[in-house]
Structures are given as structure tokens and as C-alpha cells.
Design a protein around this ligand. Structure first.
Ligand code: ZN
Length: 230
């Protein structure tokens, strides 16, 4: 099951109180695909979960990846800063293999929590909201698991660029002032600004409340207006 936390406090409460293994650290990932531009909220996270839970076969029909029991990561963050709970923190992860000879720990799925930033951070710039949420998660993890809690990146274990060059050596504390959670709520985030302006210019949406959820009836209205447009 995917949990989308309404705000930072709800995510922190989950991290500090839910049943958990004794995690020694985390491994940071990015999705690469979907990109931050392709991200559509919970729908996207559910799609990642289904992908992880689907068996993959090669052209000859041979199974090349077994279906996993759940999404591979324990926590995910969207480019809009929303934090998602994925695989329960009580279970070992499925997000990393110690393939490189210099891997920092031998069996990271059992000792390192899997944290994933949704986006392609080889090519996309992490949004301030994403950065802020990664730091909020880290603060809660350090509080629960102690100051010895370690930070790794997927690329330290396997020959990959994950979590993307823009997130390499991520500054988990950050000196700069964190943007307030609810500021600029009437202005869309940079990654959505073009699409938002287009939808407003075309009369598809009224340009209010960029971060409010969409009901099915609202979606039907937008689709109908879009059809009439073309
Ligand atoms: Zn990764």
C-alpha cells in the first residue's frame, strides 16, 4: 500500500512511530523514469509499485526479474515535496545490491532503508520542496535511529549514476533557510509552471489552487473542455 502523507508532521510521525527494523542508515535513489516532469502524484507512486510487483521476461520468455512483494523503497519524495510511505519499515528493502567490490556494507537491503527521490536527477534540478522533504525525512530518521545513522548513494554499491549527479553528495542538513511548507501555495512549482499557464490560457482550468487535489468530476470537466478545444 502507498501512503501519501498530508504534511511533514504526518511523515515524521510515521517515521518515528511505525514498526521498524533497526536501520543503520539509508541508500538514496532517484527513479530516473518517471522524470519529475512526468510525475502526477500518488498515481505515479502507485505505478512504480505495480512495476516493481510485475515479473519481467526477456524476448525468449525467460524470467529476468521476479515480481517483488511490494514497492522496493520504504520512503519516496515527489518533486512537489509530498512524502510517501512505500514498503513497511519493518521489512527488508529491495532497492540495492552490493555488486561493486568497494561496496560500503555487505547486505544493504537488510540494514539500509531505501529512500527514493522521484525524478531524473542526472538531468533535472531538484526542487526546493524535494530538498526540504529529504531533510525532514533525515531529521526524523536521525532522531529515531541515532546519530550513527549513515547516508549512502546507490552508485556506491552498483555501477549506476543513481541518485543522479544533481543529488550526489547531498547536503542532508543544509545551511540555507528551508522554504516554509505552505508558502507560495497559489503559485505552481517551477516544473509545472509552463503547463499551468497553458491550461489557464486555454481556459481548461481557472488558475486557482495549483496544489489542490482534483476530483473525478473536475477531471471530466477539464477533459470535455480539452476535447472542445481541439
Ligand atoms: Zn537507485
Amino acid at each position: 500500500m502507498i501512503i501519501r502523507f498530508a504534511n511533514a508532521a504526518a511523515a515524521q510521525a510515521y517515521i518515528s512511530r511505525s514498526s521498524s527494523r533497526d536501520w543503520k542508515g539509508l541508500v538514496l535513489h532517484h527513479t530516473y523514469r518517471p522524470t519529475a516532469t512526468q510525475y502526477l502524484g500518488t498515481v505515479t507512486v502507485e505505478a512504480i509499485r505495480r512495476y516493481h510487483m510485475t515479473e519481467k521476461r526477456n524476448a525468449a520468455g525467460k524470467v529476468i526479474k521476479k515480481a517483488w512483494s511490494d514497492i522496493g523503497y520504504h520512503l519516496l519524495v515527489g518533486p512537489d515535496g509530498y512524502i510517501y510511505g512505500g514498503r513497511p519499515m519493518a521489512l527488508a528493502g529491495a532497492h540495492v545490491l552490493a555488486q561493486l567490490s568497494g561496496s560500503p556494507v555487505p547486505d544493504p537491503n537488510r540494514t539500509m532503508l531505501g529512500l527514493c527521490a522521484i525524478g531524473d536527477y542526472d538531468n533535472e534540478v531538484p526542487s526546493p520542496r524535494l530538498v526540504r522533504s529529504l531533510r525532514i525525512i533525515n531529521e526524523a530518521l536521525m532522531e529515531r535511529f541515532g546519530l550513527g545513522f549513515k547516508h549512502f548513494e546507490h552508485r556506491q554499491f552498483q555501477a549506476k549514476s543513481c541518485p543522479g549527479a544533481m543529488l550526489w553528495n547531498f547536503d542532508w542538513k543544509g545551511d540555507e533557510e528551508m522554504p516554509a511548507e505552505d508558502n507560495e501555495d497559489d503559485v505552481p512549482d517551477d516544473w509545472a509552471a509552463d503547463a499551468w499557464k497553458w491550461a489557464e490560457d486555454e481556459g481548461l482550468m481557472n488558475g486557482d489552487e495549483p496544489r489542490a487535489p482534483v476530483t473525478r468530476e473536475m477531471l471530466a470537466m477539464v477533459l470535455k473542455r480539452f476535447k472542445e478545444l481541439s
